[in-house]
Write a protein that binds this ligand. Structure first.
Ligand code: SF4
Length: 238
């Protein structure tokens, strides 16, 4: 089954910029951006980020305010601060053996860096990889990581898999089976997440009096280190 998958990947795999590098910093940036943002939106932002801060030392030397501003539009802004903190930790002490010691780096992101940057024998299992493994019942090797991700993202889709276009259709026991996704993310519109985003956007333009902002959203942003409140004025951290 794996050889059919790899042959398909050779023909139809996505050409993504982070697949052309083995730099752990670049892989970290891509993985953190991809944690909650779609690939098509990440690609231009990843390229711009790497152009502005091409090395972990360059990012470590940036101010938190610049990092938050550069992240605007990608959502879940805490990721930006964690990425910045991780860069500072690496610039100071090097890459730790246990990558999950870095802020914002969980088991999946650590495994992705180990696989795609360090070429270690680990399979990073994201939702796409987990779905393909579950549906096919096959234990793929780490060499199939990128191919599994692409199959899960473009063919073996969560709700309506495109089994007619799948290179694994013949042996797959789940061929033709549809399933409802287990959970859907709530709507952004009207959510607390949106209220936070509106407040942060305002503060990103210029320091803003607290009384003009959504107080609860500012409290949450301040708790995450995304803004500072001083003398009744909310600003990005210096
Ligand atoms: S045959 Fe269908 S369910 Fe099986 S791996 Fe391919 S797309 Fe997924």
């Amino acid at each position: 089954m794996e050889s059919a998958l790899l042959a398909w990947f050779q023909r139809s795999g996505r050409d993504l910029p982070w697949r052309r590098t083995r730099d752990p910093y670049a892989i970290l940036v891509s993985e953190v951006m991809l944690q909650q943002t779609q690939v098509a939106r990440v690609v231009p932002r990843y390229l711009a980020w790497l152009e502005r801060w091409p090395t972990v030392e360059a990012l470590a030397a940036a101010s938190p305010a610049d990092v938050i501003l550069e992240w605007q539009g990608l959502g879940y802004n805490r990721r930006a601060l964690n990425l910045h903190r991780a860069a500072r930790a690496v610039a100071e002490g090097g890459w730790p053996d246990d990558l999950t010691e870095l802020p914002g780096v969980g088991r999946y992101t650590a495994a992705a860096i180990r696989r795609f940057a360090l070429e270690e024998d680990v399979l990073p299992v994201d939702v796409n990889v987990a779905r393909v493994q579950r549906r096919t019942g096959h234990a793929f090797s780490p060499a199939a990581a990128a191919a599994l991700m692409d199959l899960g993202a473009t063919i073996c889709l969560a709700r309506i898999p495109r089994c007619d276009a799948c290179p694994l259709a013949t042996p797959c026991p789940s061929r033709g089976v549809r399933e409802e996704p287990l959970r859907k993310q709530g709507p952004f519109e009207g959510s607390f997440r949106q209220r936070r985003a509106v407040a942060l956007r305002s503060v990103s333009r210029e320091p803003t009096p607290l009384r003009l902002l959504d107080g609860d959203a500012v409290v949450a942003l301040e708790r995450d280190g995304l803004v500072v409140v001083r003398d009744g004025v909310v600003a990005l951290p210096a």
